[in-house]
Ligand binder design. Structure first.
Ligand SMILES: [Zn+2]
Length: 466
């Protein structure tokens, strides 16, 4: 939903919201889960357990289709390829070789040149809007085959972690499900066609949390998915108040934000089940999904992944790297060597997973590039969640870096956060970011959510030549 439709939805009373959301739910289900979807799904399930050669052959075939359509039907890619003397024959014979010749697609180009980038051959089935941190939305055109393919890869992830398509699900997302000003439940809307309870991430206040928990206990979801920050808040409330959960979810799947270790611990304790991490993006990037062994597999059947280190060179094992992706998830708005501005940590050399999936693994999803801080003393600092280790009394924390010299920390605390905790926390920060930085620790009542209702746990507000 975007623009005017969203405004209408937001302004109507709750019963109409339910009806409108379910009409939309019905139409979505019909479009997403058709015959093509079913055949994609079985193909991707088979690929999860296939040998690496089968997977890379599939990857090459999909890449050849993507590149040839870009060559023939994209006003952005066609001139670039012709300039590089690439021919359709080259694409058929050596798609990976052709890909390596292509320049990166930058975020600003993806955003501002989308009307040139689009593949004119494919019919638009849906237009999506992603509101980035900078405000103006990125438009995403998508065709029906790509919708089916992306839902197939996503449902394959569910299949791998033991969730069947008709399972009861609860989702926390950035969508405005109910009026943001409402003080009374329901803070959720049920989507009948997907057996999915959509819960608002904008009403998670101390007063409201008991209503959420009561609803969860009544609905008994088999899967909870969405923003880790929202699921974490509920988990913390459950653990703190020793609330008994009257259901046993099979899995919790988080996406869209960085998952921090302290969040994972709290969520797993509250719901007594494993938290699975997943990387995908509304712009249609390929998927990285966690398996039953807790390893993050690159879904090579959804795209091509390349990794660039902080010096701009191909990254080596164990390094922090930025992701450059080529995607089979959206053929209408082709992403070829797209610099998506997200970072990962690569696994140590030779590390393999024995879950039965041959696709390679990475160590960690770090998150957006502005999650990475930088100080002269310590250089790039990727994961700040460890700074909270052993510190009690912090309900919610946010670390903001406006310049290399100043770190601002906003904390919502409870009575356990005393002078000693504050000193320990400051020492933790200094250990990671250095002694020669000015630290401002602010105790606050509330921390506002960023774009799309995501919680910015760490944010750098100045540019780095990363
Ligand atoms: Zn695995």
């Amino acid at each position: 939903m975007g623009g005017i439709k969203e405004k209408i939805y937001n302004s109507i009373p709750y019963p109409f919201k339910f009806i409108l959301l379910n009409i939309k739910g019905y139409l979505n289900t019909k479009q997403r889960y058709n015959k093509e979807f079913e055949s994609f799904l079985s193909e991707h399930i088979a690929l999860w357990n296939a040998d690496l050669e089968t997977v890379t052959n599939f990857q090459k075939r999909k890449l050849a289709i993507l590149l040839s359509e870009a060559f023939e039907y994209s006003d952005w890619y066609a001139p670039i390829m012709k300039e590089l003397d690439i021919t359709l024959n080259d694409i058929q014979e050596n798609p990976i070789g052709v890909l390596k010749k292509m320049p990166d697609l930058k975020k600003t180009e993806r955003k501002n040149k989308v009307d040139l980038i689009v593949n004119k051959k494919r019919k638009t089935a849906m237009i999506g809007h992603t509101s980035g941190t900078s405000g103006s939305p990125t438009i995403d055109y998508i065709d029906v085959e790509s919708i089916n393919a992306s839902f197939a890869v996503w449902k394959r992830f569910h299949h791998v972690i033991g969730i069947s398509p008709k399972s009861r699900q609860v989702r926390f997302s950035g969508r405005l499900i109910v009026d943001t000003k409402t003080k009374k439940p329901p803070f959720w809307v049920y989507n009948y066609f997907e057996n999915q309870m959509l819960m608002s991430a904008y009403h998670l206040t101390d007063v409201n949390l008991k209503h959420y928990v009561r609803k969860l206990n009544k609905f008994k979801p088999e899967l909870i998915d969405g923003y880790p920050s929202a699921i974490y808040i509920i988990s913390k409330y459950i653990n703190k108040n020793n609330i008994a959960i009257s259901f046993a979810p099979k899995a919790i799947a988080v996406t869209a934000e960085t998952l921090y270790d302290y969040q994972r611990l709290e969520i797993e304790k509250a719901f007594g089940c494993h938290v699975y991490n997943q990387y995908a993006s509304s712009e249609g990037s390929p998927f990285i999904t966690e398996c039953i062994n807790g390893n993050l597999h690159l879904n090579l059947d959804s795209g091509v992944f390349e990794f660039i280190n902080t010096e701009g060179k191909p990254a080596q094992s164990g390094e922090i790297a930025k992701l450059v992706v080529t995607s089979f998830i959206n053929y209408k708005t082709p992403l070829i060597r797209y610099n998506i501005e997200d970072t990962v940590e690569l696994s140590e050399e030779g590390k393999k997973c024995d879950c039965g999936c041959a696709m390679p693994i990475i160590e960690k999803l770090i998150g957006r590039e502005d999650d990475i801080l930088w100080t002269e003393e310590k250089g790039y600092v990727g994961r700040m969640d460890t700074a909270y280790k052993g510190i009690e009394g912090i309900v919610k924390g946010q670390i903001i870096q406006d310049s290399p010299q100043v770190i601002i920390v906003n904390l919502i605390i409870d009575n356990k956060f005393d002078k000693k905790m504050k000193d320990n926390f400051l020492n933790n920060l200094k250990a990671r970011l250095g002694e020669n930085v000015e630290y401002q620790i602010n105790i606050v009542d509330d921390i506002l959510l960023g774009a799309n209702g995501k919680f910015d746990a760490v944010k750098r507000n100045f540019k780095l030549d990363f």
